[in-house]
Design a protein around this ligand. Structure first.
Ligand SMILES: [Zn+2]
Length: 131
């Protein structure tokens, strides 16, 4: 199932955890909005394919991603994606998102080891964070 021209549901539900990761209808709607409002326009401006390391996460997948800790996450609602094209490219993508697109949170993770972006149709705070 294609969510936008260059992004599929399979890419946005990828997990290396081996755990079940099936989004409900609301999460698919949120993933589609994330693709249409942020990821697809980013793909077009950036001009290259984008490697998504994590999009939607089920409760179990999110718990595994946090080493067993139960933490709330926009990934669990289908509102967030982690992108990694290598550090230098991650910096480029971060700046393109920051300067051109709506977002709720944009996070520089571990000195641009990857970047996290979330989109929430009801609340796009444009928060820039560094973890
Ligand atoms: Zn993330």
């Amino acid at each position: 199932m294609q969510l936008s021209k260059n992004f599929s549901l399979a890419e946005l539900t990828t997990t290396n955890s081996g755990l079940p990761n099936v989004p409900d209808a609301d999460s698919i709607k949120n993933l589609t909005e994330l693709c249409i409002k942020v990821l697809q326009p980013l793909r077009e401006l950036y001009g290259n394919s984008i490697h998504i390391t994590s999009g939607y996460r089920s409760f179990e997948v999110n718990k595994a991603a946090n080493h067993g800790a139960v933490k709330p996450s926009q990934h669990m609602k289908g509102q967030a994606a982690d992108l990694n094209n290598g550090r230098a490219e991650n910096i480029k993508m971060y700046n393109l998102i920051k300067d051109h697109f709506p977002f709720d949170q944009l996070i520089n993770e571990s000195d641009f080891t990857w970047i996290h972006v979330s989109y929430n149709a009801n609340q796009n705070r444009k928060m820039l964070l560094k973890l």
